[in-house]
Ligand binder design. Structure first.
Ligand SMILES: *[C@@H]1O[C@H](CO)[C@@H](O)[C@H](O)[C@H]1NC(C)=O
Length: 359
């Protein structure tokens, strides 16, 4: 009896310790910079020194993000800086970042939100070093932006699910436990992953016919559940393949969209159109999206250190910063998911920079 009780107590203590370590680890993973200050907790403040670059000086910007060129009339959205509540971010220094990237490669892997951030970073670096030659190439889903003088590569690998989609005789199959795409990610110095929006697509926008887990094919599945299974496969890939001494790993938190004014307490707004000001203050009424809670859960269970680039809440506050009708399809379209450039992804990169220079 005594031994059993002792054993049970020991187990309880061990699992408590494990739990506490798990919590600690998440902190160490995400926010132990700026002396432990949580840089993701804060507010948007007006700053007339912004934006960080004049987008007309960035010749390779994709039309879909170039809201000014597409006719956006208001400009206040360009004038906001992210201010953490308890510390200051270092001012972004593109020259410094280029030096730090000398001989190195950084790769963004994910959907068009990763494209958004990659484009932002290439513009930020080009404007910081306008005389430095650059080359830009794209092969299939892989885009490589290179500064030969620095041998610094900034890459984007389009991969909406992270796990594989394979063609079979039955049609396209989303394989939740297969991640052959990971072969492209080895050897990088910095990897920044993101995936979520495509997990929601249905109908003509859904690029698969079946979901496969193990040897079972499913017609469909709860999308959050599928997302968690896919992310767990990604997490296993990182834990088995990444050497943290060589590679820093980031996961970009879920990028929020603004399709319904009820989310920010303005039910008369049917989407992000005509929003010209951010939500001020530190709180967003709807709280953390469910998909973001899945990301946090998966990261907590990992053994390798992954920084959660926790852009979710700060981006939730920026209902004003989407292209709306000044994006890809112009007035025929309504884009409340991507972000104008210059704009919010520049801040994601300022945060990335703050972490890279301190770790
Ligand atoms: C917006 O959200 C509210 C509250 O959740 C809901 O009642 C409403 O139907 C939504 N509107 C649209 C257009 O989806």
């Amino acid at each position: 009896m005594g031994a059993i009780a002792f054993g049970a107590t020991l187990l309880l203590v061990l699992s408590l310790v494990h739990h506490i370590q798990g919590e600690k680890k998440l902190e160490a993973k995400g926010i132990e910079i700026n002396g432990g200050c949580d840089i993701y907790q804060g507010t948007w403040v007006r700053d007339d020194s912004y934006p960080l670059y004049d987008v007309s000086q960035c010749p390779f910007i994709e039309r879909e993000f170039d809201c000014l060129k597409n006719g956006r009339p208001d400009k206040d959205y360009l004038k906001y800086r992210w201010q953490p509540s308890w510390c200051n971010l270092p001012r972004f220094d593109g020259q410094d970042l280029l030096e730090k990237l000398r001989g190195k490669s950084i790769m963004f892997v994910g959907d068009s939100l990763s494209l958004n951030q990659w484009q932002s970073l290439t513009c930020m670096l080009h404007v910081a070093a306008p005389l430095a030659q650059y080359t830009s190439s794209r092969t299939g889903g892989l885009s490589i932006f290179n500064f030969p003088a620095y041998n610094a590569k900034v890459m984007f690998s389009r991969n909406a699910f992270l796990v594989d989609i394979v063609s079979t005789s039955k049609g396209a199959v989303l394989r939740l436990d297969s991640i052959e795409g990971g072969k492209l990610w080895t050897g990088m110095d910095v990897l920044v992953f993101n995936s979520w929006h495509w997990w929601l697509h249905t109908g003509r926008k859904q690029p698969w016919n079946y979901i496969q887990e193990g040897s079972t094919l499913y017609q469909d599945m709860d999308r959050l559940e599928a997302y968690e299974k896919g992310l767990n496969t990604w997490a296993r890939w990182v834990d088995n393949n990444v050497d943290p001494a060589k590679t820093k790993i980031f996961f970009q938190g879920v990028s929020p969209d603004h399709m319904n004014g009820s989310d920010w307490g303005e039910p008369s707004a049917v989407n992000c159109r005509d929003q010209t000001q951010p939500v001020l203050g530190t709180m967003y009424p709807t709280g953390t999206p469910k998909a973001q809670l899945v990301v946090e859960k998966v990261l907590r269970r990992m053994s390798k250190p992954v920084h959660l680039l926790d852009v979710t809440k700060l981006s939730q506050l920026r209902k004003d910063a989407h292209p709306s009708v000044y994006g890809h399809g112009g007035h025929r379209d309504m884009d409340c998911s991507h972000w104008c450039l210059a704009g919010v992804p520049d801040t994601w990169n300022e945060l990335l920079y703050a972490i890279l220079v301190q770790t």
